[in-house]
Write a protein that binds this ligand. Sequence first.
Ligand code: EPZ
Length: 448
Amino acid sequence: MTQPSTTTEPAAAADDTMTVRGGVPVEGELDIRGSKNALPKAMVAALLTEETCRLTNIAAIRDIDVVDELIGIAGGSVEHDPDQIRITAHSFSALGEDDVERLHAASRIPVLTTAVSLHRTGTAVVAAPGGCAIGPRPVDFHLRVLRAFGARDDHREGMIHLRADRLRGARIELPFPSVGATEQFLFAAVLAEGDAELANAAIEPEILDLISVLQKMGALISVEPNRTIRVTGVKALGGFEHRVIGDRLEAASWASLALATGGRITVRGVQQQDLATFLNVYRRAGGDFTIDAAGSTISFRRARRMLRPLAIETDVHPGFMTDWQSPFVTALTQAEGVSVVHETVYEDRLGYTDALRSLGAQIQVFTECLGPTRCRFGAANHRHSAVVVGPTKLHGAELVVPDLRAGFSYVIAAAAAEGDSVIHGVGLLERGYADFRTKLTAVGVDHS
Ligand code: EPZ
């Protein structure tokens, strides 16, 4: 058995290990619940009011646990039913350094409560954030936004202390349309004094879902055609009831599994328009799909014996999402010919290709920009482009999961490979793929 791929953290605990017996086309149906990248942000929005907020279409994912804990420490209450989360933040006290250090290391969500803490207490603490092993993932854009609103920051031993008596609206332009920094802007602007404007904002469906939540709470927000967001601050916000959008990133991951194994997977609970770019690329590669009248049930399948190679460039919405990249590129190892991938959102999101090579894939990674866009990473020597030669017969290997989406790619490759693969660290997948093992069984992947 090949040694675990070297691109990842030390092997995880035994119960975190899965054996996958590959070589069988998948077949099955799955219900996809609330988006991992929308649900926790709606929970943060609930901290902007003392009224009770209700969220439905809940996915049991690890990032919720982090926000649950944060809300509890800050003095709010969170009640869970099988399909509803109720949040009431009667009071809110700023997190201490120890809690900030622990929670910010566990997830990218806690940093989003910085603006909330400034509104409710006049103080906040930020630490170097957590998230996945896909690059440094700094928070400099978040700090730029908060300083523009009048927050003063003081750096002490790896912690950033912020103070603001009252946040005041400002005009800001982001160097890059960052999802998190756009969310931080929204949380700051909705209760700030006066008008605020964010140019070069992110407008992913998950951002628009958060804007819907804030609008239900009483906020005044407009999104301009040139991706500028304008907000007029209000005195107070009320509670809300909201059904979180389905997880389009999870849907695309399962679709890529069907493509790679020559199977068929039907997903219920996501919206066609949120997957429009993915669907086009899927069909170009030789996959196909049928979609019901409501556009919320999509049956994915491979439509050709041999998949077609493609040139893929990731981008912000409505481009090809960076979170679709690793699962989909894994399927391209089965395409007949040479595919080219240019990852322009994260500088280090091709590490998973080392592991795919250990299963027999032929992938070469480059520092050049191999795509029409000269991105931020081309001159900075980051290995952010790849060439994939296919089709390659994959064989079993032993792998260690480095991050959420790469981990799913390993499962795809193992399911497409002949023979057994052992994957360590699959617990990381529960961060974003609720009931992961149950779903694998439902689509017929032989795993234990
Ligand atoms: C969100 O991360 C998602 N996570 C990511 O999904 C997703 O890939 C990403 O947006 C892009 O769509 C959640 O929503 C929890 P960014 P976020 O700020 O907000 C740089 C997954 O697998 N940047 O849009 O952290 C950053 O380094 C995860 O579901 C700064 O330089 O992403 C990156 O290169 C992975 N300074 C780029 O911007 C900052 O202050 C995009 O990051 C902030 C970001």
